[in-house]
Design a protein around this ligand. Sequence first.
Ligand code: XMP
Length: 327
Amino acid sequence: MVNERRPDDMKRITTPELAKAYIDEQIELLRQQVGDKKVLLALSGGVDSSVVAALLIKAVGDQLVCVHVNHGLLRKGEPEQVIEVFQNQMKANLVYVDATDRFLDKLAGVTDPETKRKIIGGEFIEVFAEEARKLDGIEFLAQGTIWPDILESEAGIKAHHNAGGLPDDMKFELVEPVRILFKDEVRVVGKELGLPDNMVFRQPFPGPGLGVRCPGAITRDRLEAVRESDAILREEFAKNGLEGKVWQYFTVVPDFKSTGVKDGKRTFDWPCIIRAINTTDVMEVTVEHLSDVLIDHLVNRIITEVPGINRVLFDYTPKPPATVEYE
Ligand code: XMP
């Protein structure tokens, strides 16, 4: 429902039964709202947009058109998982756009963090709008707005990204089926909808993606080193029971090189920084201390498996004074 508010007495959705009741109710409401019209959704693969997609697929099937824009700054395996889950398993109407070259060409040589963010955000909207223009008869735009987004925008903390800043000539009615839910409730609903655990319990991932973890001007080789080291870190956290327990963890490859030695020869390569943090509100964060055994193993894997890395560092800095991301 448009502008729906969370009822004061709404019970927190914590069980599969409550999730099922919510899903059934939303399917009914979505069918009423959308009728036989078409709905467009920017599907990032994050938990909120994934749950919205799964709900709409159940409610209106192929009247939903999902657009997955790969900006080249996604984690290893992410676009493949979106295609596997939504196109192959859920039979969604999915438009996959590999816009990697377009984004990376625009970002070439750009060092300023805010300019990088603006380019990524602006280009995303352009690619999405171009895809939307190719489609006929779209009347609705689905969004993964959740209740804290509404509360934060009302409190003036965060501007809510309503309608994603689409050009003025593109007017759609909004469809927001998780609008009255808190994040933990979205996850319970996602699980009940059959989405995979690594999608439902996914750690936060910034919109500009790995771009903010490749500080300074992004180059393809350094970006690849971020992606590969991040994949190793995630794999090891999952193996060691830390997935879902540590709030956020990732790697950063800064734009400087240092001397090393490998197979008796001098190397001149980048360091890889590991960051692992816990928080409840992201205003203040503490560092997750890893065991020496795990650190040694991570160092060994990253320096042997990731081209261009000859050193691994661990970031022990809380927030404040450091932010979570490096840009
Ligand atoms: P910072 O670095 O501000 O990060 O301490 C706090 C949380 O926000 C995430 N983050 C972003 N998320 N777009 C996003 O969608 C962004 O530009 C962005 N910057 C930071 C960050 O990953 C952390 O969880």
